[in-house]
Write a protein that binds this ligand. Sequence first.
Ligand SMILES: [Zn+2]
Length: 364
Amino acid sequence: MKLNDKNEIIKTSIGLMKIPSTKDNEKARKDVIAFVKKYFSKEDVFIKEFKENGIYSIVVNLKNEKNPKLFLNGHLDVVPDKKDGFSPKILGSKLYGRGSGDMKGGVAVMMKVLKDLANKKDRPSVGLMLTTDEEVGGKNGVAFLLREKKYISKFVIVPDGGKNLSEIILNQKGILHLKIKAHGISAHGSRPWLGENAITELIKYYNEIQKTIPPIKNKEWRNSLNLGNIIGGKNINSVPNYAEMCLDIRYIKINERAKILDKIKKITNSNFEIVNEGFPFTQIKNNIFLKKYVNIASKEIGNKIIFNKSEGASDARFFSEKGIPAIITKINCANIHADNEWIDINEMEIFYNILHKFIKDLNI
Ligand SMILES: [Zn+2]
């Protein structure tokens, strides 16, 4: 990689990172997409912008098509941080700041790769899809683009999961966010027999649900349950007639979804709604694109690739839902969603080289 190219990638990363594109900052999320558009303004590429329920996205294609063979996918929204989290700094071979590892550094690499390819004589069939709602579920970003706008590809790379480039994630859990409601009859607290207590009813539901999804320990790979929020009751001396709770259920296989919902339906007499959900991500190891990628990546890294599972979700699940094979990996980074987030500049360079070699090898 030429020094100029490396400097351009770092400059782009810093430019993206200075924009505080959090879920509460619609202007910044708009600005971060405008930054990408400007980056490609002098290139002969095909740009489509979208806004769905206040969520901005951009798709940049090398050919005028909706179905490039390969999509490079990333998100440009970040979780909140202190003010200086949005003032990126370089220390040694690390770039520090909010969004460096998750995942503006990775996006900057993919932007540069696409720009390079745009200047080639024989352009491959590659597109870049960038959205701004991964941290809040991806519904109006990748899900919208694939389900409603019918974008499709043969393969996708999502550098948004795992520890570093030596790791590829083959499984991510599915998500079911449920709101469960209990109704009762109010009465004076001194005569509880005249009422029906909605809160105790809700607790009964929870205990029953927990029997089907027992508490999970570290390193266990199975369904998990978290009671994240509970509301109910007004006064100490009233029998509450309404209560609700929100459950965050993570499940390992798609066929578990119906089983879980079926049980909860029975336990709660159907008094629940799905607030948000995402299917699990699964990728088979012997996919031809994956094998090619692994071959090139392991040579570039000088290390064997490790396959792993991850509890966390990513937008790759929406590609998985459409049957599109996906590589989930990550440029070496740390402290994601925490203080002092950083990305390893050397691995940014390696990822750049991998992508170029992989795309060349695909001959698409
Ligand atoms: Zn991310």
